[in-house]
Design a protein around this ligand. Structure first.
Ligand SMILES: Cc1ncc(COP(=O)(O)O)c(C=O)c1O
Length: 423
């Protein structure tokens, strides 16, 4: 799904947010991450319309750079961070602590101390043992900490197995399959230094079907009813996670929010309780389609089985997703043409057979120096980028109204040498 602004102009040149992509590539170099700011704001507005901006927590693992965090703060949203690194980054760039949710399958004592001392809005507890750890940190900080308990509801999101986070073999959350989740509610209610605000569930990522969201709501509804009957407690809020996919035909945020409300409402009505505040945690939906990556074609080769490889100047160091999940980006040429086309595989420049960006795609016949655009690379590309083979991490450049504003720079040999000791 390309950003809505991506189109070819009258000269057949691909443009994003009013700027010509080949011009941006020559100004900033390649590979290059471009982010269409208007597209991002529209996507935020879609979620805000569905749930209220104050109930949308941007999942910063999708793409955490200062300018995005500032934009999320300006839009009045919450921020989901994982562990100490993302928490420190968010605090350092001035994101309001009370609007931060701290996640992590394991959070170090240092991370919990920082979170409780800085007064984060919520710590999302991932295991029974973590309840006491959060209480200890809160006691030391002298401040009662609001928490959510992350549940493993056992719902299959029908996505890639590596993106399923609530099935019973997953390492995330506290299982509702036995008595652990109920024990966690009881334990959290007993702790003097934690305030159990509610519960959390994130079933997985890249979900393109409404049914798993509904199943999660049904399972959550069943659990809160049981918890209420057993303990008298009723959640103030339920964070139903992110996970909305971006393929054509995927549901809208409004449809997801509606399914979740419809799933939970009967349980609330049955017990005469108000529907808890509903929070959502989208990452990919917001930034994925807002971003594209521009590569330069650097060569071509025909291999033993007759296929043609086109090589680009990036690859798995800027986009590990094809190798991790078999998730290949769609590719477009930076210039449209009626010239001859060919079927090619597109490979990166890294020393890995899995460093392939596309298999068997039809493209115009491209030569070294031409540019290729990979779509939907705004999420889990820059944030998962590596220095493999000492290839620099590309810069992120925001584009709006034809104006390009770099948000990060490309790193360099000089940066890496600063980490070396004794050379
Ligand atoms: C707890 C949690 N919330 C939200 C998200 C965001 O998911 P997505 O980017 O698919 O919306 C993730 C992604 O892994 C997650 O683990």
């Amino acid at each position: 799904m390309p950003p809505r602004s991506l189109a070819y102009d009258e000269d057949g040149v691909a443009c994003i947010a009013g700027a010509r992509i080949p011009d941006l590539a020559s100004a900033f170099g390649t590979p290059l991450y471009l982010l269409d700011e208007g597209e991002l704001r529209t996507r935020i507005a879609n979620y805000a319309a569905a749930a209220g901006a104050e109930n949308v927590a941007y999942a910063s693992k999708a793409l955490l750079i200062g300018r995005i965090a500032k934009l999320v703060a300006e839009e009045g949203m919450l921020l989901d961070v994982v562990g100490q690194g993302e928490l420190e980054f968010a605090l350092r760039i001035g994101f309001p602590a009370e609007r931060i949710l701290v996640h992590g399958v394991y959070k170090s004592p240092q991370a919990l101390q920082l979170a409780t001392k800085e007064g984060v809005g919520r710590v999302v507890i991932d295991s029974l043992d973590e309840i006491a750890a959060v209480a200890k940190a809160a006691h030391t900080a002298g401040r009662k900490q609001d928490v959510l308990l992350r549940l493993q509801l056992g719902v299959d999101p029908h996505t890639h197995p590596s993106l399923s986070t609530s099935v019973t073999l997953s390492q995330f959350g506290i299982s509702t399959a036995d008595d652990q989740a109920l024990a966690a509610v009881r334990r959290a209610l007993r702790e003097e230094w934690v305030n159990l605000r509610g519960l959390h569930s994130h079933i997985g990522s890249a979900i393109t079907d409404l049914l798993p969201f509904r199943r999660a709501a049904d399972a959550m509804g069943a659990f809160i009813s049981t918890a209420h009957v057993e303990t008298g407690w009723w959640p103030q809020e339920l964070d139903m996670g992110g996970g909305l996919g971006i393929e054509d035909g995927a549901p809208t945020p409004a449809q997801v929010a509606e399914q979740v409300r419809d799933g939970l409402m009967p349980f609330a009505l049955d017990l005469g309780k108000p529907l808890p505040r509903l929070i959502f945690e989208p990452g990919r939906y917001l930034v994925g389609p807002s971003g594209v990556t521009v590569y330069r074609v650097v060569g071509r080769k025909r291999v033993g089985d007759g296929r043609t490889y086109l090589f680009v100047d990036g690859g798995m160091s800027d986009n590990p997703r094809p190798a991790l999940y078999g998730s290949y980006p769609s590719l477009l040429p930076a210039r449209s043409s009626d010239d001859e086309t060919e079927v090619v595989d597109v490979a990166g420049q890294h020393c890995e057979t899995g460093d392939v960006l596309a298999r068997g795609v039809r493209l115009p016949v491209l030569s070294p120096g031409d540019y290729l655009i990979a779509l939907d690379t705004g999420a889990y590309n820059h944030s998962m980028a590596s220095h493999y083979n000492r290839v620099p991490v590309p810069p992120v450049v925001f584009v709006e109204g034809g104006v390009a504003r770099p948000a990060t720079r490309r790193d360099s040999l000089a940066d890496w040498l600063r980490f070396e000791i004794g050379i």
